[in-house]
Design a protein around this ligand. Structure first.
Ligand code: 9WN
Length: 433
């Protein structure tokens, strides 16, 4: 049974392979997505290290001159997804004309590269990838920093599209009256109650149109209507900078700039802390309003090695309360909050890639029991509901797209029963990495 699921996971990655890059799932997402590809590489690395490298090499082919690695690389035309390259209007931005979107996605790539280095020791192949990451991280600092915290300029940039974290900032955006008529494709593949609502989609497209009208210039975005500090991207970036510094050191490359950025990100995490919520929450840089409730990405603080000892012990209590209010770990939004919506995408459902990072961070920090609860719940969900895109935390039902690449990758790399387990010790806080 177990062996069959390992085979099934490898077969999903193979079936979603479009020749050097992997689509997240057939039809619903027919292009190359940024953080999906990074996680897929971890899945491939368990059985085909060369293919793992290819995945991330093709991803960085999308990198712009300013260092940004876009959230989608549109490898070949496909009518199954909206918005495609025409709506993004990024022509002229990529140095070799590769069609891409105009925003980025959570920068998990350097953390993946460090694992590829541990798995292969292939310094020659890693050097250009590490350089690309260093340029990308410098772009995050230049283009996406506000009061020390990492901001996103579109909900899609956070990777957590319709999370309540973005509701207030989105509500303030007036839908552009000149928005061209469009047909959503997602709701023709998936039940509408598992996807973002239409009024949010119109605002997503209003931000895209604004970017396209301004040729995706960074400064134009700095003045844009949506600019929200995101604990998810902040913590993922901080961890990625630590992994990049370690990787550069191992490759004999200069890591001074990375170390300086790490200090800034460590300090910046404080801007996201909310005493009222007992965790790190999103913060609208335009209105100064803070999100009142907690998303699962708050608990990436351990993955990032962020926060003071007292913040972390308070956040641990918050995490315990979240875990005890859901049947399965870890809901993407706190079930105790009114905005919780069990089947609707990032407003409640469980996402295996977030579980992976949260659980690994907790394990590294010595919280073995919680780490294991999150890991074993993820394995149970996949075993019982299949390799789905996301899962209802109240019922365990599998939702969204099926045969999903990053779910398969997480099974192979992290939560499947045949993954070698590091020795677990419940040692309490193990301190900084
Ligand atoms: C927009 C591909 C992507 C993930 C995101 C997830 C979803 C896209 C969409 O799918 O976003 O980027 O159209 O809904 O929210 O995290 O990378 O799997």
């Amino acid at each position: 049974m177990t062996i069959d699921l390992d085979q099934r996971a490898r077969a999903i990655l193979a079936a979603n392979d479009r020749g050097g890059y992997t689509v997240p799932t057939a039809r619903l997402y027919p292009f190359q997505w940024n953080w999906d590809s990074a996680f897929c590489a971890l899945g491939f690395a368990t059985h085909d290290i060369d293919r793992a490298f290819r995945e991330v090499e093709t991803l960085i082919e999308g990198q712009w001159d300013d260092g940004m690695i876009p959230h989608i690389v549109f490898r070949r035309p496909d009518p199954d997804y909206f918005p495609g390259p025409e709506a993004w209007g990024t022509a002229g931005r990529h140095p070799r004309g590769v069609p891409t979107s105009g925003i980025s996605q959570p920068p998990v790539l350097a953390s993946v590269l460090r694992r590829l280095h541990q798995a292969s020791g292939d310094a020659a192949r890693l050097r250009p990838l590490a350089e690309a990451c260093a340029r990308w991280h410098a772009w995050w600092q230049r283009a996406r920093r506000e009061g020390g915290a990492t901001v996103v300029v579109h909900p899609w940039e956070s990777g957590r599209d319709n999370c309540p974290d973005w509701d207030a900032a989105l509500d303030r955006i007036a839908i552009d009256p000149d928005l061209p008529a469009y047909t959503r494709r997602d709701t023709s593949h998936i039940d509408a109650d598992q996807r973002p609502r239409q009024e949010q989609y119109d605002r997503y497209m209003t931000i895209v149109k604004r970017g396209a009208d301004r040729h995706w210039e960074t400064d134009a975005f700095a003045a844009g209507p949506f600019r929200v500090a995101d604990p998810g991207c902040h913590f993922i970036l901080l961890r990625a900078e630590r992994d990049l510094a370690a990787l550069l050191g191992a490759l004999g490359m200069d890591d001074a700039a990375v170390r300086a950025r790490i200090t800034g990100l460590e300090a910046g995490a404080d801007a996201l802390w909310s005493e009222a919520a007992g965790a790190w929450v999103a913060h609208d840089a335009r209105s100064d309003a803070r999100s009142g409730a907690v998303a699962s990405t708050a608990f990436l603080a351990w993955w990032a090695g962020a926060g003071t000892a007292s913040q972390r012990s308070r956040a641990l209590e918050t995490l315990r309360a979240v875990l005890s209010s859901a049947r399965f770990a870890l809901p993407s939004w706190d079930p105790r909050d009114a905005a919780f919506d069990a089947p609707r995408y990032w407003r409640g459902p469980i996402w295996p890639v977030v579980n992976f990072m949260v659980s690994e961070g907790l394990r590294e920090a010595g919280h073995a029991d919680m780490a294991e609860r999150i890991r074993s719940d993820t394995a149970t969900l996949i075993r019982e509901a299949g390799f789905m895109e996301y899962f209802d935390p109240t019922s365990g039902r599998g939702l969204g797209g099926g045969d999903f690449s990053w779910t398969a990758a997480m099974w192979l790399h992290w939560c499947g029963p045949n993954v070698p387990r590091p020795r677990q010790a419940n040692a309490g806080e193990a301190g900084e990495r």
